[in-house]
Design a protein around this ligand. Structure first.
Ligand code: URA
Length: 220
């Protein structure tokens, strides 16, 4: 087709075989019709460190998660947010449908947090976390809470929630009178940061993508 002069790149007929293009920028036409690649869906997991904010563009030039992601030919977006000081599992994708569903309360996607707080978390506190507590005038949905360790100084609690309210974990502990010293999301929809170093990312495995789709009734 190139030899027949039917192929244009950015409006110019190409004559050279093997000419290289950048598929994210260059416009390729055959017989005057634009050729598009089937869009590629990308799914990444970042183990976010604290001190990076979740935005793709910060006018105030603070440290953002973008600095930790690879350069990709497509634009990806975070699936929900983590506070600047929160660490752990954060997904990025250009699959808008899956992202919206994962964030929608209807699908009750499970998020597991490790929460380090100041002081000794009593069993009655765990019960309250599990039953629901009033945060911003509304009761939190039932959660699962267990102690990983506790002493007079600090406690580490594993909390499983499936709501997605802003600052919800910090607010739940605050409502019980605890100061959160460290917050890390270890799992999102069953995708875990196990084995992924802080500040690093990886692609999701195909089975993980399939599982997230199943969780949100997205089957192709
Ligand atoms: N809950 C919080 O309080 N902060 C987060 O970053 C995520 C959940």
């Amino acid at each position: 087709m190139i030899q027949e002069g039917r192929v244009k790149v950015n409006g110019q007929v190409v004559t050279q075989l093997g000419v290289k293009i950048d598929e994210s920028r260059d416009r390729v036409e055959v017989d005057g019709r634009q050729v598009r690649l089937p869009s590629t869906k990308v799914y990444l997991l970042l183990n976010k460190p604290s001190g990076y904010i979740v935005t793709m563009d910060d006018p105030q030039k603070r440290k953002t998660v973008v600095e930790l992601l690879p350069r990709l030919p497509v634009r990806v977006f975070p699936v929900g947010r983590l506070d600047g000081e929160t660490e752990g599992a954060l997904l990025f994708t250009n699959d808008g449908e899956l992202a919206n569903r994962l964030m929608h309360p209807r699908y009750q996607v499970k998020k597991i947090y490790e929460v380090k707080v100041k002081g000794f978390v009593e069993d009655k506190d765990l019960e309250k976390l599990e039953k629901g507590i009033f945060v911003d005038g509304r009761k939190t949905a039932p959660a699962k809470a267990k102690v990983i360790y506790r002493n007079k100084e600090n406690s580490l609690v594993c909390l499983e929630v499936h709501e997605g309210r802003k600052h919800e974990v910090r607010k739940m502990f605050y409502a019980l009178g605890f100061e959160v010293k460290r917050l890390r999301r270890v799992s999102f929809g069953g995708v875990t940061i196990k084995g992924l170093r802080r500040g690093f990312w990886r692609y999701l495995k195909p089975q993980e993508v399939e599982r997230l789709k199943k969780l949100t009734n997205l089957t192709e």
